[in-house]
Write a new protein. Structure first.
Length: 156
């Protein structure tokens, strides 16, 4: 019984290997048959290489073919997108490189005394002290920093 179990796998292995070799032979025979057909179809006064050249000229060049999918973007559009992305990366890197404020530093900064309230057209109320006032604008110092407000945006 033991011998039977060892012979069976060997038989399967050798039969599979013999079929793989026959597949290779059949592919080679098919290729030779195709070459013979091409040679028989060629006129006697033309060389086989000319026939092959004519067949390849009938095929369409891949650069001349229509695209597989519709192309809406041009090279200039893609370059514009690249430039836009580069500027975004530079802006993002500049935001990252800004010095982060330490809470201890914030405690050391004195908050200005808020003495004025300015109401804007959109309903926002800004509190701060007026540093400078012109005909067209007001500059306020707030807890966050300085802000320039156009007088056209201020509710009278």
């Amino acid at each position: 019984m033991r011998i039977y179990y060892t012979i069976l796998p060997l038989f399967i292995f050798f039969s599979a290997c013999s079929q793989a070799n026959s597949d290779k032979l059949s592919e080679e025979q098919n290729q030779e048959n195709q070459e013979n057909q091409i040679n028989q179809e060629a006129p006697e006064n033309q060389a086989p290489s000319l026939v092959e050249f004519e067949e390849t000229s009938k095929r369409q060049n891949i650069r001349e073919a229509e695209p597989f999918y519709p192309m809406d973007e041009t090279v200039e559009d893609i370059q514009d997108q690249i430039n836009n992305l580069k500027s975004r990366v530079i802006e993002y890197e500049s935001k990252i490189n800004r010095v982060a404020l330490d809470p201890d530093l914030l405690k050391m900064i004195k908050a200005p005394t808020l003495s004025h309230e300015v109401e804007l057209i959109n309903g926002t109320i800004v509190q701060g002290s007026i540093l400078q006032e012109d005909m067209d604008r007001i500059i306020l110092k707030t807890q966050i920093g300085q802000i320039r407000i156009d007088k056209a945006d201020v509710v009278s």
